[in-house]
Design a protein around this ligand. Structure first.
Ligand code: ADP
Ligand code: MG
Length: 379
């Protein structure tokens, strides 16, 4: 039991944890199969020291399996893992020195918050004096100093998850792995803890690999996001790149809920690509290598479409629905000129809402329009 009289005063606790503690991590052609199922299929990536990377994908896309292989809880069929220049592929989990935070907090119920957080230090034989300093500092950083003497059941879910985070941080691992750590919490608490995780990660310069199926969470937290599908990485890029230059229709859809407008390739130059839409109009996109005359889909996100007078944009249609969502308005437009055309979805500032039934034209900055060959599998 720590002597609580020597716990640091919150106002006096110096931020003496070293910054820049994170290490780089690289994963090479990791693969894992279960019977006939390929859970992870040749995943490779380089993560820089201090980088916040998120694995984003639907349930079953291989996020947890990849993370568990990095952690050492799951043995890869093939491939390698290097942390800070050291090959850890064959090392036991506890020898890799990584920190983990899972959706289940897995706190020791009979121990106080303080003892839960001190536990990894006790395991490592850290001196009592050093334990006091580090535990005090870590709890302070997470705003938990006042709760040091409580037991887990006397805390809210959000507080328990913060204790779990402290327990991972306290021994200053070079890389922290988090698997849907906020999945069990309500939206408001999630937002708050996202901000805290990001702040602590930046303050300490930690390398973090975070798993989520929530696009918004990934966008808020990450320096780079690996979008996963069927055990593979579709694209590994900054949030901005994923939004502005999606490399596959899946990424355009998963991150931006893009509209896909069918047509065929009309012209292609170094500056621009133009597509003749099935509804008759011509849409200009950023340059992209697509076979001449190919069936394609032009992808543009709802928030990147702009209204214009009828017959002046790439498409004209009538407004079918107008839905206010806070300061935004969601609008659907039924395009004219084609049979069985899908509704086009727009997101506009609330002040720009058109009237129901109004005839409108649609335009978009070519930089915000992507073109993909029209393949069956959507990829
Ligand atoms: P995610 O975390 O993205 O939801 P997982 O990595 O848990 O995905 O799972 C990827 C695939 O591997 C899924 O098809 C899942 O059913 C399968 N899988 C994962 N773990 C096991 C296991 N222990 N035994 C058999 N199949 C598994
Ligand atoms: Mg999972």
């Amino acid at each position: 039991m720590p002597d609580l009289n020597v716990m640091p005063e919150p106002s006096l606790a110096a931020p003496s944890m070293p910054t820049g503690t994170g290490k780089p991590l690289s994963v090479t052609r990791l693969r894992k199969t279960y019977g006939g199922v390929t859970a992870v299929d040749e995943v490779s990536m380089e993560i820089a020291a201090g980088e916040f990377v998120t694995f984003l994908g639907a349930s079953g896309s291989g996020k947890t399996t990849t993370l568990m292989m990095i952690a050492g809880f799951c043995e890869p069929d093939s491939g390698g893992i290097v942390v800070g220049g050291r090959d850890v592929t064959r090392l036991a989990p506890q020898k890799r020195g990584l920190g983990f935070v899972f959706q289940q907090y897995l706190l020791f119920p009979h121990m106080t918050v303080w003892d839960n957080v001190a536990f990894p230090l006790t395991l490592r034989g850290v001196s009592k004096a050093e334990q006091r300093r580090r535990v005090g500092e870590t709890l302070e950083m997470a705003g938990l100093s006042a709760m040091a003497r409580r037991r887990p059941r006397e805390l809210s879910g959000g507080q328990q998850q913060r204790v779990a985070l402290c327990r991972a941080l306290v021994y200053r691992p070079p890389v922290i792995l988090m698997d849907e750590p906020l999945g069990a919490l309500d939206k408001k608490l999630r937002d708050q803890l996202q901000t805290e995780i990001k702040r602590i990660q930046q303050e300490l310069g930690l390398t973090v690999i975070y798993v989520t199926h929530d696009q918004e969470e990934a966008l808020v937290l990450s320096d780079r996001i690996a979008v996963m599908r069927d055990g593979r990485i579709d694209q590994f890029d900054t949030p901005q790149e994923l939004f502005e230059r999606p490399r596959t229709p899946f990424v355009a859809d998963f991150l931006g809920a893009a509209n896909f407008l069918p047509g065929h390739l009309e012209t292609q130059t170094a500056e621009r690509t133009t597509v003749r839409l099935d509804t008759g109009g011509l849409i200009t996109a950023r340059p992209q290598a697509v076979p001449d005359g190919a069936r394609v889909r032009a992808a543009v996100q709802p928030g990147r479409l702009v209204l214009c007078p009828p017959d002046q944009g790439f498409c004209t249609g009538t407004v079918e629905t107008v839905t206010y969502v806070g300061t935004l308005v969601r609008v659907t437009v039924r395009p004219m000129g084609g049979a069985d055309t899908e509704l086009v979805r727009l997101e506009l500032p609330a002040g720009r809402a058109p009237a129901l039934g109004e005839r409108v034209g649609l335009t978009a900055d070519p930089a915000n329009v992507s073109v993909f060959p029209d393949t069956e599998d959507g990829g």
